[in-house]
Design a protein around this ligand. Structure first.
Ligand code: PXL
Length: 268
């Protein structure tokens, strides 16, 4: 059988732990063919975002148009979309398509650097309404809802609120919770069904790329027509393995990268 095709709409991370590079590694490791539409080139390491260079809008649109015209795409994942104009192009080109869409509302890097222009929020909120599932972390959910989220109790009400507000399923990642040392991610589906997905907490030097990896693996599950819960479970398991297998190099400035390719057909 032909491999499922998954499209990543994302930025290039020069250190290759996050962004388009993380997405492609995840797609190949999980047995899919990945397509890419590049939004920007980020000159960065896990420790520093030096510069973000958006690609011209015509270049961005061209990539999306030719891919959408040419391939039977089974799922789409969006990552870093830098400007309201880029986000509007994504909404325009995806709005009448019946392709599962995972929107990772990337706004801030793990270094704390802002990755999107400050006027992007309204366009992003419109795109969220087209998503099959959104995968915010606590800081992103706080911006979307304009309220503080700190504990697992806040997480429950926030995930429900996001599901209602954007008419989409929401996988709210619990890695920033102050509640305990276990990771508890929460999936709320469109009909309100809730599932807590728990995982042991692993101390690693930093977490650059984990969000991209999770959303990409989620898109693979949806491309394979898994249920929302199965796709969420596979995505969490895959990301946990990537974290467990993460590597450090003792080179100043480049501490660590997540190594998806260590996971031989990482579904088990
Ligand atoms: O991890 C978020 C992220 C997503 N996409 C790109 C990035 C980053 C973080 O730095 O550079 C391209």
């Amino acid at each position: 059988m032909a491999k499922p095709i998954v499209l990543s709409i994302a930025g290039s991370d020069s250190s290759a732990g996050a962004g388009l590079q993380a997405d492609l590694k995840t797609f190949s490791t999980l047995g899919c063919h990945g397509l890419t539409a590049l939004t920007c080139v980020v000159a960065e390491t896990p420790l520093e975002v030096r510069n973000i260079h958006p690609v011209p809008l015509a270049v961005f649109r061209d990539q999306l148009e030719i891919l959408l015209e040419s391939y039977p795409i089974n799922a789409i994942k969006t990552g870093l979309l830098c400007t309201p104009e880029q986000i509007a192009i994504v909404s325009e080109l995806l709005q009448d398509r019946d392709i599962p869409l995972v929107v990772d509302p990337v706004m801030v890097a793990s270094t704390g650097d802002t990755l999107q222009t400050s006027d992007s929020l309204e366009a992003l909120k419109k795109l969220l309404t087209l998503a099959t599932v959104i995968t915010p972390n606590f800081p992103e959910a706080e911006i979307l809802l304009d309220r503080k989220i700190q504990t697992n109790v806040d997480q429950q009400s926030a995930a429900l609120a996001l599901t209602k507000q954007f008419a989409t399923a929401c996988y709210l990642k619990g890695g920033h919770s102050t509640s305990n040392q276990e990771i508890c991610d929460l999936l709320v589906e469109r009909d309100g069904a809730k599932s807590a997905l728990k995982a042991p907490f692993h101390e690693i030097p930093q977490t650059h790329g984990t969000g991209c990896t999770l959303a990409a693996a989620f898109a693979v599950g949806l491309a394979e027509r898994q249920t929302m819960f199965e796709a969420a479970h596979q995505a969490q398991k895959f990301t946990q393995r990537a974290i467990r297998n993460s590597q450090s190099w003792e080179v100043p400035g480049t501490d660590m990268a997540i190594m998806h390719l260590d996971q031989v057909q990482g579904k088990t």
